[in-house]
Design a protein around this ligand. Structure first.
Ligand code: UGA
Length: 431
């Protein structure tokens, strides 16, 4: 099928590459000319494992093209995926201006019978506005097809999803989307058909529940810190119950990234506007801030005075395997330390340049050991693989202090005990 993808960010570019990889003719459109120019040379605008290779392959095969021109993108499209950004406004409400802009162009250029699919995460009810922005006629059909990919495993999540969720009002539209996804459903991926509003809400609800699990565990961690219980073992016990599930029970520095913080805030905003009580969601966000504050207080407690102390921070990205620092708790923690006049020497294999642009006072190190050199304390802020296998003997020979704050609970009992052999005190979160 001929597929156009509007907006080539973290969701759009992966969608375009994946659609091409399963055999469709794909054209990606973005308003950013530099981005399009780079993509024509198969250069993705961000780091995502495996993406560059697959992008280059699809471009070489001639199935994937890029443009900034709406006519070129939409005029022959059977299906258009809207993947433009929906950033938060100050009150938490999603900003849908880019969705509206894309819809105007699609409404003008797309051919009769084209199916326009919301893939961007949007508040429940957005499709009604979308229909109007597309021109308010029945020439084009609208569907919602939320994306559940995670940064760091985005391509795999898209090509091997746990489920394909499509909201549409007619069986004819479902038929088109079933055709689009046939290569995936044929190999066993379930296709969940709903109405449009349900699909829209399912995405916000999924992300909000995952964020709730994390904040819940960060609350339990605060109780553990005061009682001597071990939050990692509590999570193990809870996760053994299939009704709870073991995923997303890791306490630590809190959640970040461009999805959970904005989606919880957006769902809270939508619910409030509908007169639905949302203190649960507000507490999820509040507990997330407290998780970061709790780590800051552990550092302060260990060092007494922060001012003038040198602190090594391992990890800046909001999670491993990405260079994304949007809403990164690690960057937020560095910001707090810098504001309190610590010298922060940070290492991150992908996100260092972006983080330094946000925090110019950050000193960047090229390895965990360079960061540790002369430091009074070391914080593990993002669980990159390198943080699991630190050489404590080497760290002890380099650092001035002997404290490790494991803000992601990456160190197991063995590693913690091993570190103590070299004089380190290891402080975890809720253990
Ligand atoms: C999230 C969802 O997991 C995806 O399903 C969804 O498609 C995506 O948002 C989106 O809406 O686009 P992502 O933000 O890439 O994906 O990353 P996650 O792996 O979900 O992690 C989010 C944050 O939660 C990270 O900061 C991570 O460190 C934190 N986290 C995760 C914890 O603190 N504890 C955990 O147990 C798990």
């Amino acid at each position: 099928m001929n597929i156009a993808v509007a907006g080539l960010g973290h969701v759009g570019l992966v969608t375009a590459v994946a659609m091409s990889a399963i055999g469709h003719e794909v054209i990606g459109i973005d308003t950013d000319e530099q981005r399009i120019a780079a993509l024509q040379y198969s250069e993705p605008p961000y780091f995502e494992p495996g993406l560059q290779e697959e992008l280059a392959l699809q471009v070489r095969l001639g199935r994937l093209r890029f443009t900034t021109d709406p006519e070129t993108a939409y005029v022959g499209a059977d299906v258009v995926f809207i993947c433009v950004g929906t950033p938060p406004q100050a009150n938490g409400e999603a900003n849908l201006i880019a969705v509206e802009g894309a819809a105007h162009d699609i409404g003008f250029w797309a051919p009769d019978g084209c199916v326009v699919v919301e893939k961007s995460t949007v508040p429940c009810g957005t499709h009604k506005r979308l229909v109007i922005a597309l021109g308010g006629n029945s020439r084009l059909d609208v569907a919602a097809n939320p994306e559940f990919l995670r940064e760091g495993t985005a391509l795999k999540d898209t090509l091997e999803p746990t489920r394909i969720v499509v909201g549409a009002e007619t069986e004819a539209v479902h038929r088109v989307l079933r055709d689009v996804y046939a290569p995936l459903t044929d190999s066993g991926t379930p296709y969940i058909a709903t109405d449009v509003a349900t699909a829209e809400l399912a995405k916000h609800a999924s992300n909000s529940l995952l964020a709730t699990k994390i904040s819940f565990m960060n609350m339990i961690a605060l109780i553990c810190d005061r009682t001597g219980a071990d939050v990692t073992k509590v999570a193990e016990v809870m996760g053994a119950d299939p009704r709870i599930g073991k995923e997303f029970l890791n306490a630590g520095l809190g959640f970040g990234g461009f999805c959970f913080p904005k989606d919880v805030a957006a769902l809270s905003h939508t619910a409030k506007a509908l007169g639905v009580h949302t203190t649960l969601l507000d507490d999820v966000l509040d507990l997330n801030d407290r998780a970061r504050d709790a780590v800051y207080l552990k550092i302060e407690d260990a060092l007494w005075n922060i001012q003038g102390k040198q602190i090594a921070v391992l990890g800046l990205a909001f999670k491993p395997d990405t260079d994304d620092i949007r809403y990164s708790p690690a960057v937020a923690l560095c910001g707090m330390l810098l504001r309190n006049q610590a010298v922060v020497v940070a290492w991150d294999p992908q996100a260092d340049v972006a983080a330094q642009a946000e925090l110019p006072k950050l000193v960047i190190a090229d390895s965990p050991y360079t960061a540790a050199q002369g430091s009074d304390l070391l914080v593990i802020a993002t669980e990159w693989p390198e943080t699991y296998t630190l050489d404590y003997e080497r760290l002890a020979s380099l650092m001035r202090g002997r404290v490790i704050v494991d803000a992601r609970n990456v160190l197991d009992d063995w590693a913690r005990e091993y570190a103590t052999k070299f004089g380190f005190t290891v402080i975890g979160v809720g253990r």
